[in-house]
Design a protein around this ligand. Structure first.
Ligand code: URA
Length: 216
């Protein structure tokens, strides 16, 4: 059977609550930042549920021996925030994955062409072949930014099956591009919106995530 992009919208009340807070135009910047951090926490929790490598061993409790399961420290976990707004999701992701390595990717959109430009790339030239990569990109709109981030990773030998994306809002145009190019990819998002307007904003969306987060 042909592979197809998997997009999960966790039916969790906390995810829906913080999405509502983030969408509300009356939410001040400090609370908006908290909302994105909380979404980063819960979406990461959901995204790693069946994905974080574990190992089983025997331990001694104060009373007896028993089996125990631990996160496997041999498998490198990498989190990649897409700047600027990905920094909010990263903060939440790090509370769940405190030992992950963080590599920053800075992308800015040309407001006329809507093309993404990479102004900061801290990715290593290659990754461990067993690496698991979590990308934090709050707004998957036209798909320009996330497609460029995916290209940077696959050029460095990372297989799309080893990558998961967390986003606050995923819009159809981005999902279509990702699904065509990387059908083995998995995405966790708080919601899916249908529309991207002609200046590249998701509708209803939440506005400019970076501006709202940093009060600019
Ligand atoms: N980036 C944002 O911050 N908001 C959108 O609606 C689309 C892209």
């Amino acid at each position: 059977m042909a592979l197809q992009l998997r997009v999960y919208v966790p039916p969790h009340p906390l995810v829906q609550h913080w999405l509502g807070v983030a969408r509300d135009a009356n939410t001040p910047s400090s609370l908006f930042r908290s909302a994105i951090t909380e979404l980063g926490r819960w979406l990461t929790y959901e995204a790693i549920r069946d994905w974080l490598p574990v190992l089983e061993t025997t331990i001694q409790t104060p009373l007896a021996q028993c089996l125990a399961t631990f996160v496997n420290p041999q498998v490198p976990i990498v989190v990649i925030p897409i700047l600027r707004a990905g920094l909010g999701l990263l903060e939440g992701a790090q509370t769940v994955l405190p030992l992950a390595s963080i590599y920053h990717l800075g992308m800015v959109r040309n407001e006329e062409t809507l093309e993404a430009n990479c102004y900061l790339n801290k990715l290593p030239s290659e990754f461990d072949q067993n690496v698991r990569v979590l990308i934090c990109d709050p707004m998957l709109a036209t798909g320009g930014t996330i497609m460029q981030a995916m290209a940077e990773l696959t050029q460095r030998g990372v297989d799309p099956t080893a990558i998961r994306i967390i986003s606050v809002i995923a819009a159809k145009p981005a999902l279509k591009k990702l699904g065509t190019a990387y059908p083995s990819l998995t995405i966790y998002t708080a919601t899916i919106d249908e529309i991207v307007n002609d200046v590249g904003y998701i509708v209803p969306g939440l506005g400019d995530a970076g501006d709202r987060m940093f009060g600019t």
